[in-house]
Structure formats: structure tokens, C-alpha cells
Design a protein around this ligand. Sequence first.
Ligand code: F6P
Length: 324
Amino acid sequence: IKKIGVLTSGGDAPGMNAAIRSVVRTCAYHKIECVGVYRGYEGLMEGDFKSMNARSVKDIINKGGTILKSARSKEFRTVEGRKQAYNHIKNANIDALVLIGGDGTFTGGMIFNQEFDFPVIGIPGTIDNDIYGTSHTLGFDTALNTVVEAIDKIRDTASSHNRLFFIEVMGRDAGHIALNVGVGAGAEEILIPEEDMGLDRLVESLRRSRESGKTSSIVIVAEGDKIGKSVFELKDYVDENMEGYDVRVSVLGHMQRGGAPSCFDRVLASRMGVKAVESLLAGKTNYMVGLINGEIELTPLDSAIKGKSKINLELLRVSEIMST
Ligand code: F6P
């Protein structure tokens, strides 16, 4: 392997830049060439490449987003799209790819690997933390801190006005963010996609909270929570069925994906980038690097995609006890 390409794809996540920096500098360290691919698979299909050296990635370890930009590509899901990408890669003499992203990114990479026998390796980057084979994805830790800071601020106004707040956090399919910020920010209830706590239990819990003397409450709702009601529908339900609540809704949205990466994410990104490049150089392909018991290990891409990232349900119980 003499030349490695690196791209970011799917939803951006803080720490992606630190991972790009690590990949580029590990290539420089081992005296091989590195090429940045812009806009994920979109750029791969258009040959939107730029040669990168150690200095190209200065001053980015502390930056959110991704300097290579990102996209969710539909065309790369077609055989024609992938063939086009392969032709550009061959013309540019790229021998292997490092893919930074989530399960959609890895699925594309795995199919590409199978079709063209082309070496790929994945680095998990998504705030959702919903990838098997790593305890932490890049951006998860930063997002937790961003969200907790936002909820702390909402708590100030909730308690000043004796209000009940439904706060929606990201996580279409996974409750990792909701569960952790729920405990970390001291929420009364947490609604996640993996467990159906039921509307009755929620109502009961809110009543109990009030009877125990609480004057304000915070309920964290993951985007894809299993009750299947949006934060606005939950507010309407409480307004219609429960007396004496002053309810507000806050949807945190994309601010959760931005901002400077935490030190944890920067260190993780640096370690993952080194492992990704050195694994490719050692002839490994079709793997994802991940943090397992404190070590950076390889998991086959196939398992990373198909395996379920385990939600820590102990946190639900901790939350229940803490909101007594
Ligand atoms: O996968 C990361 C994520 O931020 C999810 O939590 C969220 O549901 C989704 O991306 C939002 O995607 P988009 O930016 O395309 O609206």
C-alpha cells in the first residue's frame, strides 16, 4: 500500500477532524501518500480528491464538523455509482480507503470491498453511539457534554417557573444519548427507542414526582422513543389529561452535533486513526477499529453493522432511583 484515501460520510460528529488528522499524519509517519476525499461517497464518485500532508491538517484537532465535508449518498447504493467511484480511485492510484462514519457508511464500504476486492477500514464516527464493536463512537462523549450543558440551562428556567419540560434529544434508533444525559442532568424520566415505558407509567411517574414535593420536572425524549409520540404530542397529552401542569417543549436539534470535540474524543480519534492506517499496512481489510475494554481492537465490518450496540439499561434503573 502506497497511497491511502480518507473520507467522512453520514452525519458529522465532533472528533472527525481529529481522526482525519490522525490518518493523514500516520500516513506521513510511515512515508505513504494520503488523499482526502470530499463529501464522502459523493466525492468518491466524482473524483473530488485532494492530496494531503502532515501540514494540511494543522489546527483542526479542536474543530467540530469535518473539513472533508460529509454527505448521505443515494447514488453510491447503485452498482453504477460504485463502479464510477472505483474508476476514479484507480485513476488516482489509491490503494485503500479509511471510512469515517456510521453504519450506513460501513455498509457502503463493505459492499464496495466485496465488489472490487478493495481494502477498506472503518472508524466509527457518530454521536449516536449505535455501533457494535466499540464502547464509544467518535462524537458521542462531546455530544453528551453539549446536551447536558443545554439541559442544565433549561433546568434553571424550569425550576424558576415550576414547569415541566419535555426535551427532545437526537437518536432516531438508539437511546444512548437520552439515557446518559438523563442520568447526567438529573431528569425525572427518560424515553428511549429500545424500551416502551408506556404513557400510563409516564403519567404515574409525573404524578408521584409532584406528590413528593417536586415543583419542576425534566423528561428526556429520544427522537425515536418507543411510546411513538413526539415531544409536542406528549405536551398535548399532559395538557389534556393532567391538571395544573405548565408544560414546555424544547427540541435541541443539530446543535448536539456541533462544537469542539472533548479531550476524550480527540484522544480516541488519534488512537483510532493510527490503528486504522497501521492495520491497512499490515494487510487487514474490511474491519472497523473500536474501543473495547480500553484497547483499540478490530471488529469485522460485517459484525459492526449487524451486531446491536448494547444499551445500558442499568442506567434506566439508576435514573428511577435518582428521581425518587
Ligand atoms: O446519526 C446521527 C444523527 O444526528 C441522528 O441522531 C439523527 O437522527 C440524524 O443524524 C439526523 O440526520 P440529518 O442531519 O440528516 O437530519
